[in-house]
Design a protein around this ligand. Structure first.
Ligand SMILES: [Zn+2]
Length: 376
């Protein structure tokens, strides 16, 4: 008897979660449509909708056209029902964002706070986050927690930053970064976080590869809206794909890695570290810069084509270079298509929708995703 009750409670919770997820993903949606799509009875849907409304997680939002009879009431998620903080730690800056349930950025800041392995750094980080939350004037109770993006490889349990080439540290407990922050924290790799942010609101994409082109090259593989971590938490390390046998020296010590050809500093080094200046000169037709860009695009097209061949899904370009790609993506698509055995065009190549905030947003979304998974 007790067993039967447990099973029925579990089923009720599972139904509640499925109803919520459907409204979250495909809302506005009506109750009959939910019943039809999930294959559960209308009374069960009505019961679940009521408890989700009572919890303040969904709301009515007008009516939907129906094929006959009364118009159906439309249901949607309450976007600000819960919020999450996201922090992105880079070598010279800290970005902080506040996102709502649908991943929209409500507030953001980016401050120059150079990384130091010290307690002062953690103090500054904590003070920056606390000031940011105070200024945003949201109810602290609605904040689920803080996602923290770090540039490096994390341990399987996400508690130790095993290696960060960017920060020049190894085996640092993640808690050290957030000693002065008062929120539950989840840590994630920066490229995985940015990739999550880029996929989150593209409803047509469930699988995607994110290629981050900043001062190092990295990436993320997202399958069914979730990050594929790999056996050693090292999936998506596209920077170290060998692109030229015996080629240029990479910072990892090997030769011919993609990083040595496509990291942003390959370009910005030609303009004293100023990437904006590089693209200004490119637009102006400077011969040396045009030749360097042509070279860069050639290697990038090869890498992107290899990713398409390996994963057969959209490839999203992000990072510092991704932010400039809008004007050049059609040329890249053309070049990648020329290399491809199957593709007529390169329309699978997309440009990132965030500029500098992607990793912070993705880190915050880790909390939103965890919350969505446990709603019932
Ligand atoms: Zn390498």
């Amino acid at each position: 008897m007790a067993q039967r009750r447990t099973d029925s409670t579990r089923l009720k919770k599972a139904n509640g979660n499925r109803v919520f997820k459907l409204i979250y993903k495909d809302g506005p949606i009506s109750k009959p449509e939910i019943a039809y799509r999930l294959g559960i009875s209308l009374p069960t849907v009505i019961q679940n909708v009521k408890s989700l409304q009572d919890a303040g997680l969904i709301e009515e939002c007008g009516t939907l056209d129906s094929t006959g009879g009364r118009k159906a009431v439309a249901l949607t998620c309450v976007k600000n029902a819960r919020l999450a903080l996201g922090v992105d730690i880079t070598l010279n800056h800290v970005s902080v964002v506040l996102v709502n349930m649908d991943g929209s950025v409500m507030e953001s800041i980016r401050e120059k706070i150079p990384y130091r392995k010290s307690m002062e750094y953690a103090e500054t980080l904590g003070a920056t986050v606390n000031r940011f939350v105070e200024r945003s004037q949201v109810d602290p109770e609605s904040i689920l927690g803080m996602g923290v993006s770090v540039p490096g490889i994390l341990s399987t349990d996400g508690r130790t930053l095993i290696d960060s080439h960017v920060l020049q540290i190894q085996n640092v407990p993640c808690a050290k970064f957030v000693e002065f922050c008062h929120y539950p924290c989840i840590f994630c790799n920066d490229a995985n976080a940015a990739g999550t942010a880029e996929i989150w609101n593209r409803k047509s994409i469930e699988n995607g590869v994110y290629l981050s082109l900043s001062n190092s090259v990295g990436g993320a593989i997202l399958l069914n809206d979730r990050i594929f971590q790999g056996d050693n938490q090292r999936s998506g390390e596209f920077g170290h794909i060998t692109i030229v046998r015996g080629g240029r020296k990479c910072y990892c010590g090997k030769n011919g890695c993609l990083d040595a050809y496509c990291n942003a500093s390959v370009l910005s080094n030609l303009t004293d570290g100023d990437l904006a200046a590089f693209f200004r000169l490119l637009r102006g037709g400077n011969a040396k810069i045009v030749a360097a860009w042509d070279d860069y695009l050639g290697y990038l097209a090869t890498a992107v084509n290899n990713l398409r061949m390996s994963f057969d899904c959209s490839v999203i370009l992000g990072g510092y270079i991704g932010a400039y790609m809008e004007d050049y993506v059609s040329e890249l698509q053309k070049r990648a298509a020329e290399l491809n055995t199957f593709e007529e065009d390169g329309s699978y190549i997309k440009v990132c929708s965030y500029r500098t905030e992607a990793a912070a947003v993705g880190a915050a979304l880790m909390h939103i995703a965890a919350f969505i998974d446990q709603v019932c």
